[in-house]
Ligand binder design. Structure first.
Ligand SMILES: Nc1ncnc2c1ncn2[C@@H]1O[C@H](COP(=O)(O)OP(=O)(O)OP(=O)(O)O)[C@@H](O)[C@H]1O
Ligand SMILES: [Mg+2]
Length: 461
């Protein structure tokens, strides 16, 4: 490797003397020894991640951070590595040198001087500076985010409580209608690569999704899959625990960029006053009472107002079982960018579940099942099918017969329209559900639902 590099440098010197090189040194310490140089650290992460590192280097250093799943690599002292950017060839050298005055001056601390040197042809400087260095920073930030621990935040009267987030749901484990996972992933990719687009068009760099559909169709699982795909932290905002608009704003300011902000069951978590401040059901409220409450316009400002841009690259996700109960102001174009219906299990989705839980891609019973699913007057949620498959995991035939029976069943059927509503208004109080029991039903992010089958509704979305 050294001989190769030496020869190629000699070749360049002899025959391409017209093309002189430019070198940029990235020192570990910032100028004047004031703290560390962030670009040095980022360059270390970046060069260790280059595919060429594993293919061409004859020696590397390996390490694993305390909370990281993956092993990372870094260059050995005084080794070099090649890279290319926009068709331009560059090389990085990691130099580690003893400081000249280290022996005479022991109080000087660390006696080595570390730096990366970037080398490229002078004629390419327009391409490299500063775009390539920006690219190095961005790639390394992405790598660090992906390899580090992520968090789930829940609000508790004005502040966020944090736990580690490790929900296993991914787009691969979700059973969705054909093409839906790809559509959502493409939208997320476009969003995450859209910094310049959003800024050029004067838009806040955020995206809103409304997930709607019956219980047990994968709304919460999809939120986790989105967070996992983007490698974002999740802020699970419970509106019943927000006392007024000011608190909502303060919670928003406390969130970090690159995060998913979730409001589950938006239709029933609080009874929001409408935009002019008048609560439909409690008209007797005075003006001063209204201003100290959480209102719909407060929530709209949360999603859409000036404060919503205080951190960048954010995803808002609202869920509901009943889209038609949501105030039209929340649904107007541009507020929630995508409305995603999560619905009963189709044959396409069933095949995914069968693959996930039984490990089968095909089975002689599939034809019969497809037909039964199409003809049946019963609708079954993916959650219910998942339950059946999990409890019969060791016997494929029994599992498939049970699924078939579910579509042919006449018992245990409930009309989707008759699902008891989960309406709770903390300000008025609700006779049917105390705050405690509501909390239990709301916080089933990691919970599992009991199998429930629904009769096909006449007018479905
Ligand atoms: N589309 C799906 N693909 C794979 N698994 C699913 C799907 N839908 C539901 N499940 C399974 O069912 C369980 C419940 O799903 P989830 O909590 O995501 O439903 P939900 O739509 O959020 O329901 P709710 O409206 O009651 O909050 C999950 O643990 C998951 O394993
Ligand atoms: Mg849910």
């Amino acid at each position: 490797q050294y001989i190769d590099r030496g020869l190629s440098m000699l070749w360049e010197r002899l025959f391409r003397c017209g093309d002189s090189y430019m070198e940029i040194q990235v020192d570990e310490k910032a100028a004047g020894n004031h703290g560390l140089n962030e670009l040095y650290r980022q360059t270390g992460v970046y060069v260790g991640s280059l595919r060429s590192a594993l293919n061409t280097q004859s020696r590397l250093k390996a390490y694993r951070r305390m909370d990281a799943a993956a092993i990372s690599f870094s260059l050995h002292d005084n080794d070099s590595i090649d890279d290319s950017f926009d068709g331009v060839h560059v090389s990085w050298t990691h130099s580690v040198m003893e400081k000249e005055n280290a022996e005479n001056n022991p109080s000087y601390g660390d006696s080595t001087r570390r730096s990366f040197t970037l080398r490229f042809l002078k004629r390419d400087r327009e391409i490299i500076l500063p775009a390539y260095l920006d690219h190095v920073s961005k790639v390394s930030a992405d790598i660090e985010r992906k390899s580090s621990q992520r968090f789930l935040y829940t609000n508790n009267y004005g502040s966020w409580e944090v736990t580690s987030f490790s929900h296993p749901s991914t787009f691969d484990s979700l059973a969705l209608d054909s093409g839906m996972a790809e559509r959502i992933k493409t939208d997320l990719d476009t969003f995450s690569n859209g910094k310049t687009f959003y800024h050029r068009n004067g838009r806040a760099w955020k995206r809103g999704y409304l997930l709607y559909g019956p219980p047990g169709t994968g709304k919460s699982s999809l939120i986790a899959a989105i967070a996992n795909y983007m490698q974002f932290d999740v802020y699970d905002l419970e509106l019943t625990k927000v006392s007024d608009n000011a608190e909502l704003k303060s919670l928003l300011i406390q969130t970090s960029p690159k995060s998913v902000i979730v409001i589950e069951d938006i239709d029933c978590s609080v009874k929001l006053c409408n935009r002019d401040g008048a609560d439909e059901d409690s008209k007797e409220g005075t003006d001063s009472q209204q201003s100290s409450k959480l209102t719909l316009s407060g929530l709209l400002n949360f999603v859409d107002g000036l404060w919503s841009c205080c951190g960048e690259e954010r995803i808002f996700i609202f869920t509901t079982n009943f889209k038609e109960r949501i105030d039209p102001a929340l649904l107007r174009p541009g507020r929630m960018d995508m409305h995603i219906l999560l619905s009963y299990c189709t044959f396409h989705a069933f095949k995914k579940l069968a693959n996930n839980y039984l490990g089968i891609q095909d089975h002689p019973k599939f034809l019969e099942l497809e037909e039964a699913m199409m003809k049946s007057s019963v609708q079954v949620t993916p959650a219910a099918i998942a339950e059946i498959l999990i409890s019969n995991q060791d016997n494929t035939d029994v599992a498939l017969n049970e699924v078939l029976a579910a579509f042919r069943t006449d018992g245990h059927i409930r009309d989707y329209e008759n699902i008891p509503t989960k309406h709770v208004d903390p300000s008025i109080g609700d006779e049917n559900s105390s705050k405690g029991s509501h909390r239990k039903s709301k916080r089933r992010y990691f919970g599992r639902l009991m199998p429930v089958f629904y009769r096909k509704a006449k007018h479905q979305d």
